[in-house]
Design a protein around this ligand. Structure first.
Ligand SMILES: [Zn+2]
Ligand SMILES: [Zn+2]
Length: 201
C-alpha cells in the first residue's frame, strides 16, 4: 500500500498519530475483503469481530480495520471479543460467509522489538516519538506481501446471532430534558426519565 493511498491518509486522519498497528489493521481489513470478494460495507453488510481487548499493545489495529472494512463503532457492526489477540474475522451478514485473518507472530514480534515500542513502554505517547523511528515499521507493514503479514483461513459459514431492528422512538427525560432512545427510558416516581437520571438519588 502506498502512503498516498486514500485509505492510508484517511486512516491517519481518523487515528491521529503514526504507528504500525493502524496500518496493520488496514492491511488485515483489505485482506479479509479480498478473501470474501466483497466491497467495503456502506451500511451493515459486514460485521467485523476483532479479538483485541483494551489497554494492551497494538489496539490501534482496530482503527485500521474500521477504516478498511467500513465496520465502524458508529454503525455498530464491529465487536471486540476481548481475547487480547490480533485477529480479525470478517462476516458477510447476508450469507454468513466469514474469513479469519490472523496476524503472523513474526509481525507482532517485529513491532515488539522495535525502538518505537521501547518508547511506548516508557509511557511516551506515539505522537511524541521521533517519526524516523516509526516510519520503517510502517513501511514494513505497508509494503509486505499479504501472506507475509497474515494467516488467512478458509472462507467458512458461521451463524451470527439475529440482530434487532433499529429503534427510532425517543423520549425526553422529565428530569434533565435530554433526548434518549425510548428503550432506555425508566420510570422514576411516576415520571419518564433517562438512565443516568433514574440512577441518581
Ligand atoms: Zn496508533
Ligand atoms: Zn435525564
Amino acid at each position: 500500500m502506498d502512503k498516498n493511498d486514500e485509505l492510508y491518509k484517511a486512516g491517519l486522519l481518523l487515528h491521529g498519530h503514526k504507528c504500525p498497528a493502524m496500518p496493520m489493521g488496514l492491511r488485515a481489513g483489505l485482506a479479509a475483503l479480498e478473501a470474501l470478494g466483497v466491497p467495503r460495507a456502506a451500511d451493515g453488510q459486514l460485521i467485523a469481530l476483532i479479538e483485541i481487548d483494551s489497554e494492551h499493545c497494538a489496539t490501534c489495529y482496530a482503527d485500521g480495520i474500521q477504516m478498511a472494512t467500513g465496520c465502524t463503532f458508529g454503525k455498530g457492526n464491529i465487536r471486540k471479543l476481548g481475547y487480547g489477540k490480533f485477529v480479525l474475522t470478517l462476516v458477510e451478514v447476508k450469507t454468513g460467509r466469514s474469513v479469519r485473518v490472523a496476524t503472523r507472530n513474526e509481525v507482532i514480534k517485529r513491532n515488539q522489538e522495535s525502538e518505537f515500542i521501547l518508547y511506548r513502554k516508557q509511557g511516551i505517547p506515539a505522537s511524541k516519538i521521533d517519526l524516523a523511528l516509526v516510519e520503517p515499521n510502517i513501511d514494513f507493514i505497508l509494503d509486505a506481501a499479504t501472506e507475509d503479514l497474515f494467516k488467512i483461513g478458509p472462507v467458512t459459514e458461521i451463524k451470527l446471532p439475529a440482530g434487532r431492528p433499529h429503534d427510532f422512538n425517543t423520549i425526553i427525560c422529565a428530569a434533565c430534558g435530554e433526548v434518549a432512545v425510548e428503550r432506555y427510558a425508566r420510570v422514576k416516581n411516576g415520571q419518564i426519565v433517562c438512565m443516568p437520571c433514574a440512577e441518581k438519588n
